[in-house]
Design a protein around this ligand. Structure first.
Ligand SMILES: Cc1cc2nc3c(=O)[nH]c(=O)nc-3n(C[C@H](O)[C@H](O)[C@H](O)COP(=O)(O)OP(=O)(O)OC[C@H]3O[C@@H](n4cnc5c(N)ncnc54)[C@H](O)[C@@H]3O)c2cc1C
Length: 467
């Protein structure tokens, strides 16, 4: 451990979750790499993916020598800033997984995803971590007729394919009993989601892996990742296995700029709300919530009774450029506040205290994937499209199983293992397609909200995203 506690990076200082951390969780956990070293496994990126991988590798083989190399500090990326939905969502729905791998495989994968939510809670409990956990499920309100129709149709399609939907359809009364938002016409509910405080989870996890003997090098950006070697400006790490766990930041790694598209998701949080406000909002038991619009929104009632609420819509930057300015896009933050107050008018009486953002990664076919090339020793996991909290836990367990050669473990045969997505288009095609796509999605929501009718543009987006 290093003693001095430097000021938080400005990107993190804005984040509700980091603002809430006790000092012992903001103190540096690792030190910078300052000389060449070697290990059995070198993991690049200390978010959920990299840290869960280290955690489960140590569970399987305590003697493995593992190094984690982090550009900033553990949890700096999306893992320390997200909406805290530990959901059982995978970026492709069950129908798409069934089309790809068959109904039985899709069913088994659904069970695995559901169990992964509980696995996070189990590990946190086993170490005594307070991660603000509430397994209140997730409620999605249908607030236009077209949203309600989409939910019903998706449910029927899953049944017709021989799948058991992982959620129930709600009538207007049933939905309003869970979420008292304006204009709720119907909805869905799944019990398979927990609300968490993600920075508490990622920082506790980092401390745990270090205490189990993993060497964590913070403030050590990898300048290249190649078979057998990770280079930084101050030294390199030679290892039999090299794992890329950099999700939304992947385009910055040499040779990887078309692997994942970086997309910024932005969030706001209210002050803690008194019980009379919650009488008007609902969300008893802290289910995470959203509505059925195309341009994703997501919210949770936090352990200290705020609402943390986020959404997409920040513009894509030409060349997949990662730009911290995207995290402070005031127009999007303002839209998020407006949307939340429109859902819950009582919020006009209360303040918003935090506004922040972060980058997530999307593969060309919107599939997350995990894999290990045994010949080169290179492994990867990511492309979660905003469903990474739980999937990264599964990814960490899967990478650990792959590296330790556990060929009899069902995890290594799941439909996303070794899935290869083709690279994103060269610019300017990537910029044009992404910018047009974003506009189509926003206008589809506007049309549906104004007319109540299902928008053709929304259907077009559905076909682009594989849902
Ligand atoms: C605002 C927001 C809200 C979200 N909400 C949810 C949600 O509610 N539920 C959900 O399931 N998912 C959500 N997500 C997505 C989820 O947070 C991510 O998918 C997940 O945290 C990814 O974890 P990771 O470890 O793969 O990546 P990250 O947490 O991004 O970690 C990658 C790490 O790699 C480091 N790194 C980058 N480049 C280098 C380099 N060259 N050398 C060394 N290190 C490097 C970064 O600093 C970072 O710490 C959200 C994402 C965002 C941004």
């Amino acid at each position: 451990m290093v003693n001095a506690t430097p000021a938080l990076h400005p990107s993190l200082a804005r984040v509700l979750w980091w603002d809430q951390l006790p000092t012992e969780l903001t103190e540096p956990i690792g030190r910078p790499l300052d000389q060449d070293t070697s290990a059995d496994v070198a993991i690049v990126g200390a978010g959920f993916t990299g840290l869960w991988t280290a955690y489960y590798l140590k569970q399987r083989e305590p003697d493995l020598d593992i190094v984690v190399i982090e550009k900033e500090i553990a949890g700096f990326g999306a893992s320390g800033r997200n909406g805290g939905w530990a959901s059982a969502h995978f970026p492709q729905d069950d129908l798409a997984v069934a089309r790809h791998a068959g109904v039985d495989a899709a069913r088994a994968f659904r069970t695995t995803m559901n169990a992964s939510v509980d696995e996070i809670g189990r590990v946190a409990d086993s170490h005594g971590w307070d991660i603000g956990w509430a397994k209140g499920g997730s409620v999605i309100a249908a607030r236009t007729e077209s949203q309600a129709l989409r939910m019903k149709t998706a449910y029927q399609h899953e049944q017709a394919a021989g799948l058991e939907p992982n959620y129930e359809l709600l009538t207007a009364d049933q939905a309003q009993a869970r979420i008292k938002a304006t204009g709720v016409l119907a909805g869905t509910y799944t019990p398979h989601c927990a609300a968490i405080q993600p920075a508490r989870l990622v920082r506790n996890l980092a401390r745990q892996v270090v205490s189990s003997g993993v060497r964590l090098f913070e403030n050590s950006p990898a300048t290249s990742i190649e078979p057998g070697i990770v280079r930084t400006s101050k030294g390199c790490v030679r290892a039999r296995y090299v794992l890329r766990c950099t999700e939304g930041y992947t385009p910055n790694i040499p040779g990887q700029h078309r692997t994942l598209l970086p997309v910024y998701s932005l969030m706001v949080a209210t002050e803690p709300l008194p019980s009379q406000a919650w009488d008007d909002i609902g969300l008893d038991g802290r289910p995470t919530f959203a509505d059925g619009r195309h341009l994703v929104i997501y919210g949770q009632r936090t352990a200290d009774d705020r609402i943390a609420f986020g959404g997409r819509g920040a513009p894509y930057r030409f060349g997949s450029r990662l730009d911290p300015a995207s995290e402070t896009n005031s127009a999007i933050h303002h839209d998020l506040q407006r949307t939340l107050r429109e859902m819950f008018p009582v919020l006009s009486n209360y303040r918003f205290t935090h506004a922040w953002g972060g980058a997530l990664g999307i593969a060309r076919d919107w599939w997350a994937s995990v894999g290990l090339d045994r010949t080169s020793g290179m492994g990867w996991c990511g492309g979660y499209v905003g469903d990474g909290v739980t999937t990264a836990n599964l990814g960490g367990r899967t990478l650990a199983a792959l590296i330790t050669g556990a060929t009899d473990d069902p995890l290594v045969h799941a439909p996303w293992v070794d899935h290869r997505s083709r690279p994103w288009e060269l610019e300017p095609a990537r910029w044009i397609a992404t910018s047009v796509g974003m506009k189509v999605v926003s206008s589809a929501d506007r049309v549906e909200s104004a007319t109540g009718k299902t928008s053709l543009r929304g259907r077009l987006m559905g076909s682009l995203t594989g849902h």
